[in-house]
Design a protein around this ligand. Sequence first.
Ligand code: FES
Length: 176
Amino acid sequence: MTEEKKNKNNSSDDQDMMKLVDNLNRKDDVNLNRRAFLKASFGTTVAIGLATTPFGVMSAVQNDKDDSERVEIADANELAVGEAKNFSYPTEGDTAVLVRTPDDKYVAYNNKCTHLQCPVFYEHKDNVLLCPCHKGYFDVNNGHPIAGPPQRELPKILVEVKDGKVFAVGREYRHG
Ligand code: FES
């Protein structure tokens, strides 16, 4: 073999070897990337599962709590249209007002004014909830403040009418 041929063969061998090493590295890279991706995916799945578990548990507990919070507050015929009744919910200290509105719906709110906690009353004449302390007015249909100092709505009590009875079945938490 001539010296020139030897050099050509060597050069060709070197190139083949470089390609082989290059392919090996690329294959390793792909394997490593796949492994890293699978690890990251698994880690993310576990993290999301762990992070959301408390919400599932809380939701289950909350549902049980809602059932235990079901309290009879009036006979359906006890109030005429446009009348109101005071009660407590969910504890004795949480005073509240149930109103049978002029359009014959039952609505209820905790009745501590969101200004300075005076009791709020239903004012049939104007169909509003009124706080006499500083003349705060709330919309009877949703508990939102409509006039006077209060800036936040009254806490709403969810009401259900069933078998001739009115029940408080939970509270709707709002930013009020
Ligand atoms: S306490 Fe109700 S308006 Fe002030």
